[in-house]
Design a protein around this ligand. Structure first.
Ligand code: ADP
Ligand code: MG
Length: 587
């Protein structure tokens, strides 16, 4: 065996494998550098999703020629003045991005120093250095405004192994746009433009954070969003999340930040999910932009080459803050649903002007400014009432039942319009909330079976159920192991009424298998309760009496979170009088 030191060129290419996975990651590094250099305006230009060209121009500090040479060397950085890697506030600090990118592309770096303001000096001339796959291929004077322009062409052209894994220009373009959006949300005080194949995609003026986030997220969030602003144990959480009924098939509109750094952290994503659990179907995803602020020594940002993951000193506290904060906000808004007349209140956030920056966040390192974001949730303002009907209708928000349609929907007349309720979805929600309330109050009514029922299942499922037997008993489901491949059901929750125990147990076993260990007991119970509730609900297709229908409506009005079913669909919609009139062309 012969051990050898690898040449610098090869080391850079190895590092490139981690730092620049695809055009979007190279672009992210460049924009981060611009932000670290104190830019107030960053312009991005791409061709073919960045595969042909990525160009980033900024008006930041700029570099002198010798600094430019150094910047292209591995582990050369201006951002760790005193080796304090545990207190980094700049985006970069590893000094690997530029040399790594330069080793797998043709890179042109142009820069011109911006003299310190008030010095009265004219800016020195600009300089240009070209690198072709790690080798300097040219240099000379450059004409540009103070700041820096970096151009990357033919990324990975000579790295077939990597090239193979790249997706279509369209997919790479989408990833690049996403990367820029994340950084633009992180630094709303900086202006951005983004061009792709000669087309202007984004123009963002410097703004406060709520305005910037609103510009970049779905515009519908004005009506379907909830502002978040909470604090606990020195941790702060701000931002906006969507109502459960306003969800997406992909988790692509979830933007998470830790101390202004965009992250894709498992812990945070998991906490977001957990906050919505049982409000939204498992294959649907909320929209969110959430900013977590923690003291610098509570978080380690140096755990991932692309710096998209972080490690918290106290992960449980962060998880608790997110789940608790979001859950609280969601509960407050729980009577809102995506029903058209309902979500009439725009979410307004304001940015407070009187912010005194914390000294430890601003001192020292280049160009990072913390800015104040204050997201102020505005509570739901009821929609203006329409004219009352001729015969006064008692003013229940969900009205008085008038009939049932298709044995599935309840039609009710409210003071301000016509309400249609999905009886199964609504009832399922009520059963869940009832079970939850009972559990919190202590005892859940159970109904003992005269003859215990034997349910056959495979062995792993029996193991799972047996392991959860104590928790299930708390919810009124008494089961026991009965040999290796069967369970004995002795009692079921009274809320369920008559139920198919075999299917219930199979569903629960699947539920437990899927949730696995990391979820807390409470989370798990909620989930299991949702499964039980679904079993116990009034099925679509059952004919209800008027009294039953009214009882359901009244219970919905006083039950938290009754606006959506356990899968995030609305349980009811309202057609306002105005809308009905429009339907008939009367307005
Ligand atoms: P890092 O950002 O981790 O320091 P990089 O390889 O990304 O490492 O950049 C190396 C150095 O080059 C930076 O520390 C910075 O001093 C300088 N630099 C890079 N991009 C710019 C820019 N756009 N403006 C000014 N300086 C820059
Ligand atoms: Mg960098």
């Amino acid at each position: 065996m012969s051990i050898r030191r690898l040449p610098a060129e090869l080391i850079n290419r190895i590092a490139a494998g981690e730092v620049v996975e695809r055009p979007a990651s190279a672009l992210k590094e460049l924009v981060e550098n611009s932000l670290d250099a104190g830019a107030t305006q960053v312009s991005v230009r791409l061709h073919a999703g960045g595969l042909e060209l990525i160009e980033v121009t900024d008006d930041g500090s700029g570099m002198a020629p010798d600094e430019m040479r150094l910047a292209l060397e591995r582990h050369a950085t201006s951002k760790l003045a005193d080796d304090a890697i545990d207190r980094v506030t700049s985006f970069g600090f590893r000094g690997e991005a530029l040399p790594s990118i330069a080793s797998v592309s043709r890179l042109t770096l142009e820069s011109r120093v911006r003299p310190s303001s008030g010095s009265g000096q004219a800016p020195p001339d600009g300089w240009r250095i070209e690198i072709d796959h790690g080798e300097q291929s040219g240099e000379g004077p450059a004409a540009l405004q103070p700041g820096t322009r970096i151009r990357i062409e033919g990324l990975f052209d000579k790295v077939p192994a990597r090239r193979k894994f790249l997706r279509s220009p369209r997919a790479e373009y989408a990833a690049c746009l996403d990367a820029v959006k994340r950084l633009a949300m992180a630094r709303s005080d900086v202006g951005f433009t983004f061009d792709h194949d000669g087309r202007r995609i984004l123009t963002l003026q410097a703004a406060d954070a709520p305005t910037r986030v609103a510009e970049l997220l779905s515009h519908e969030l004005d009506r379907h969003g909830i502002g978040i602003d909470c604090m606990r144990d020195g941790l702060r959480l701000t931002g906006v999340i969507s109502l459960p009924t306003f969800n997406r098939g992909m988790a692509d509109q979830q933007y998470l930040f830790v101390n202004s750094r965009p992250v894709k952290d498992r812990l945070l994503v998991g906490a977001l999910r957990a906050a919505y659990r049982d409000l939204i179907a498992r294959d649907r995803h909320p929209i969110a932009a959430l900013f977590v602020e923690v003291p610098l020594d509570e978080v380690d940002v140096n755990v991932h080459p692309a710096k998209t993951e972080v490690r918290f000193r106290d992960p449980a506290a962060v998880r608790g803050l997110i789940i608790g904060g979001l859950r609280h906000a969601l509960d407050e808004e729980s009577q809102r649903s995506a029903a058209r007349e309902q979500a009439a209140a725009p979410v307004m956030w304001t940015s407070s002007a009187s912010y005194v920056p914390e000294p430890n966040l601003t001192q020292g390192l280049a160009g990072v400014r913390e800015q104040q974001r204050a997201f102020e949730p505005v509570s739901f303002v009821p929609h203006a009432r329409a004219e009352p009907a001729v015969e006064p209708v008692p003013s229940y928000p969900l009205g008085v039942a008038r009939g049932q349609v298709a044995a599935t929907y309840i039609v009710a007349e409210a003071e301000d319009g016509l309400v249609i309720v999905d009886q199964h979805a609504a009832h399922e929600r009520l059963v869940l909330e009832r079970m939850r309330a009972a559990r919190e109050g202590g005892a859940v009514a159970r109904q003992a079976l005269l003859i215990p029922e034997v349910v056959e299942l495979d062995e792993p499922d029996c193991d799972r159920l047996e392991g959860a037997a104590a928790e299930l008993a708390d919810m009124g489901l008494d089961i026991e192991r009965f040999g290796s491949t069967a369970m004995l059901v002795r009692a079921v929750p009274a809320a369920l009424g008559k139920t198919d125990s075999a299917r219930l147990l199979a569903d629960l076993a699947a539920e437990i298998a899927e949730l696995g260990a990391p979820l807390g007991l409470r989370d798990k119970l909620d989930h299991v309760a949702a499964t039980i509730a679904c079993h116990g609900s009034v099925r679509a297709g059952r004919v209800l009496s008027v009294a039953e229908m009214n009882a359901l409506l009244r219970e919905m009005e006083v039950t938290p979170r009754s606006g959506q079913c356990n899968h995030g669909r609305p349980t009811w919609v309202k057609l306002g009088h105005g809308e009905i009139e429009k339907l008939f062309g009367r307005k």
